[in-house]
Ligand binder design. Structure first.
Ligand code: SIN
Length: 492
């Protein structure tokens, strides 16, 4: 099977360095695909992208937008195939995989419309001068497993639109989804070298992000890997490194919240995608007046979650991505219970008949009075369905506990009070803040990105077009009939 897309066609490495054999996390007996990879393809892809850049840039925005509209049509035509592939590869229930594909389709509209409008050149007549936007050049997109289509799509569409050429290295767990995306770009008529796909794991990613021929890295993944990418490129300050990293996201629940809505939004935040969203809530910080009722309702919601295979009817939650993730979660939960957290909805392994998947129960653990933090549990991104509930005395304490983390991606506030929410806008340190809505998810019409260990502000979302360009300051000549320049101490 050809899994790499180079020079405008699918190619199989003649001498592969390895093969990714993808088995579904929902059923290890289901071999989803085999994807050979070769490090030599990294050099080829970067050389092709460099060669294709000048013509692609010169082609102009509207011709590039036309191509991306054709890509969007191909995505629509392959929507079912894409959704089924995402479901099997990642273990998302099919209904959820379909929402991911819809997000990919609408991302094209948003990027070509509102997103492009944020990258307008500006003329300053009385200077005279102008701000014009230039593409970086060769952009490397490194995708995550949790949204193997939607998240890289949200970077490569604006990158291509703005005139960059792209080399895409998907997560090795989403290799087949990436092949389908490449097929859609092929169907759209992408010129050779403008878009390339190289498969592989850590070695491929390392070679790409340290390649001398690249101009930008758009990375979505874990904080430690993001830090390694920055360290490896410390000598290249001109390289754009846009990072969308993880989170340890808090939902702040105040006494005056609408309990019915809050429980629903929290259950979605914590358990959708089996907790494997960068924006998932993993910490619930609740004021004491409503804590008991919230915990009862949340535990009941967690126990009601139907866990199962991605194609089974009525399933809300599939498996986590790997046995390693499952074991890390179980170990962190054991540590929490040992430290006195009460498992009001206990975690644990779930057996789904006839399936060898990495299924777990969604869990809720409540901290003892006075405990707001536990090393290895409340400070660690587990990327799994577990809510740690901490009770606090006041809004001030809720904000302090929410900020007591190295991360800063997403948070949610549940209150009826506009003043309280506005105070949180001012004081909660995150890149995305929700009011009476789930912390999980984002709007493509807004910026997306985190602060501190969650990234560097705008690696995704509506301002991605800006991230994919740099502003060039253009100074135009002074009026020809104006005074000639002169300075003290020099004669002409
Ligand atoms: C995420 O939470 O991992 C991505 C959020 C989104 O773009 O919907």
């Amino acid at each position: 099977m050809s899994s790499d897309f180079l020079g405008g066609r699918f190619v199989t490495p003649t001498t592969p360095d390895g093969v990714i054999e993808l088995r579904s996390p929902a059923d290890q007996a289901d071999v989803v695909g085999r994807h050979p990879w070769a490090l030599a393809h990294v050099d080829e892809a970067v050389a092709d992208a460099r060669a294709a850049f000048p013509a692609w840039r010169k082609l102009g925005l509207s011709a590039r937008a036309d191509l991306l509209r054709r890509y969007q049509s191909a995505l629509k035509a392959h929507a079912d195939e894409l959704a089924r592939c995402i479901a099997r590869e990642i273990g998302k229930p099919l209904w959820e995989a379909k929402t991911e594909v819809s997000a990919m389709v609408s991302k094209v509209d948003v990027s070509l419309g509102e997103g492009a409008a944020y990258v307008k050149d500006v003329s300053i007549d009385d200077l005279p001068g102008a701000i014009v936007h230039r593409p970086h050049g060769v952009a490397v997109v490194i995708g995550p497993f949790n949204f193997p289509g939607h998240l890289p799509n949200g970077q490569l569409v604006p990158a291509l639109l703005m005139g960059n050429t792209v080399v895409f290295k998907p997560s090795d767990k989403g290799a087949g989804t990436a092949v389908l995306m490449a097929k859609c770009l092929e169907a759209a008529g992408v010129p050779p070298g403008v878009f390339s796909l190289v498969q592989g794991g850590v070695a491929t990613a390392e070679k790409l992000v340290t390649h001398p021929g690249i101009d930008a890295i758009l990375f979505t993944g874990s904080a430690p890997v993001g830090q390694r990418i920055v360290a490896a490129n410390a000598h290249r300050p001109g390289l754009l490194v846009a990072l969308e990293l993880g989170g340890k996201n808090a939902s702040l629940v105040l006494d005056d919240c609408d309990l019915e809505r809050t429980v629903r939004e929290l259950a979605f935040s914590g358990f959708a995608t089996a907790g494997q969203r960068c924006t998932a809530t993993s910490r619930v910080i609740v004021t004491k007046g409503i804590a008991r009722r919230l915990v009862e309702r949340l535990a009941a919601a967690a126990r009601s979650v139907k866990v199962g295979h991605v194609f089974d009817d009525g399933v809300f939650m599939g498996p986590v991505i790997s046995e390693a993730t499952r074991q890390r979660l179980l170990a962190a939960q054991a540590r929490a219970v040992q430290a006195g957290f009460e498992p009001v909805a206990p975690g644990g392994v779930v057996d789904v008949a006839g399936r060898e998947g990495f299924f777990v129960r969604p869990a809720v653990h409540v901290a003892k009075a006075g405990v707001t933090r536990l090393e290895g549990y409340t400070d660690t991104e587990l990327f799994a369905p577990d809510l740690a509930v901490v009770t606090v005395d006041s809004l001030e304490q809720a904000i302090d506990v929410a900020n007591d983390t190295e991360f800063g991606l997403s948070a949610a506030v549940f209150t009826q009070s506009k003043e309280v929410f506005e105070r949180c806008v001012d004081e909660v340190r995150v890149g995305v803040l929700h009011w009476n809505r789930s912390s999980a998810g984002a709007s493509g019409r807004l910026p997306f990105g985190g602060i501190r260990s969650s990234g560097n502000h705008r690696p995704a979302g509506i301002l991605m077009g800006q991230s994919c360009t740099y502003p060039l300051a253009v100074l135009l000549p002074q009026k020809a009939d104006g005074p000639l320049p002169s300075w003290p101490g020099i004669s002409f």
